[in-house]
Write a protein that binds this ligand. Sequence first.
Ligand SMILES: CC(C)(COP(=O)(O)OP(=O)(O)OC[C@H]1O[C@@H](n2cnc3c(N)ncnc32)[C@H](O)[C@@H]1OP(=O)(O)O)[C@@H](O)C(=O)NCCC(=O)NCCS
Length: 272
Amino acid sequence: MRFEVQKSPMAPFHIRQYQERDRKRVLDLFSQGMEEHIPATFYHALMLPRTLLLLLGAPLALVLMSGSWFLAILCTFCLLLSLWLLARYPWRNYVDTCLRADMADITKSYLSGRGSCFWVAESGEQVAGIVGALPVKDPPLGRKQLQLFRLSVSLQHRGLGIAKALVRTVLQFARDQGYSEVVLYTGRIQRGAVAVYQNMGFQETGTSFLNIVSKFLDVSVVHFRLLWHGTYATILTGSSSADEKCIFSCSLDSNLFDVKWKDWGREVLQFI
Ligand SMILES: CC(C)(COP(=O)(O)OP(=O)(O)OC[C@H]1O[C@@H](n2cnc3c(N)ncnc32)[C@H](O)[C@@H]1OP(=O)(O)O)[C@@H](O)C(=O)NCCC(=O)NCCS
């Protein structure tokens, strides 16, 4: 089943439901999308005042105590190596956990019920992006929440609007299935993802840490939500320029997904 076709002069793509033949590519895209954040996490942790203090203080203390510069250099190397392994840990651990959980059998996890789904964006016969959606098991009273998972776009296909199209597909699905809101979690350090969600009108509702290592590295998880207030939805323009952004409410009854908003003499709102 085809959900959406986006034309781009560089790479046209369409979004369709996941099939078993996509499995290897989907798992690669997911793992690579997570592990590419390891260097940024390392750099972030390296720049924390407590890390800098340790990196300067420990070798200096060794020189003062032993008089050996060799030991000081060795100590610096060991500290940097430990920091790299620590920075790698939350991402590798997360990928391993997911590969043993929902990603172990994507069809079973996402495509066996009506309220969940998994999509791929295909460009020139190649899977270029992925996203999944599952119902939240214990949502707050009176709410029906859909959770967005596993958004990732291949490096060669970035900046073409594929992530936005995948998120829109999830929003459309949520609306069709009668969900009242879409929620998701992402790392603060995943700047691209945070930009995508904020650009599409998701609101930040909280932060947390995955585990003690993430807390030590100061790598927080941001909680996002996009909700429909009764018959109203908050919509944000697709523009990345802050002064061109406008948030407004629009009746869902007037067919949210066909809305076009004209301003500054051109179209600035892409439907969500
Ligand atoms: C985040 C990610 C999915 C974005 O994919 P993409 O197809 O390049 O994104 P799009 O082209 O749809 O861009 C959507 C918007 O986000 C912005 N954006 C995307 N990446 C960005 C970045 N790194 N920094 C700032 N803005 C960014 C775009 O400029 C665009 O803004 P616009 O609507 O104002 O033009 C991709 O970078 C990725 O796969 N990252 C690794 C995996 C990951 O972190 N997944 C998130 C899991 S929660």
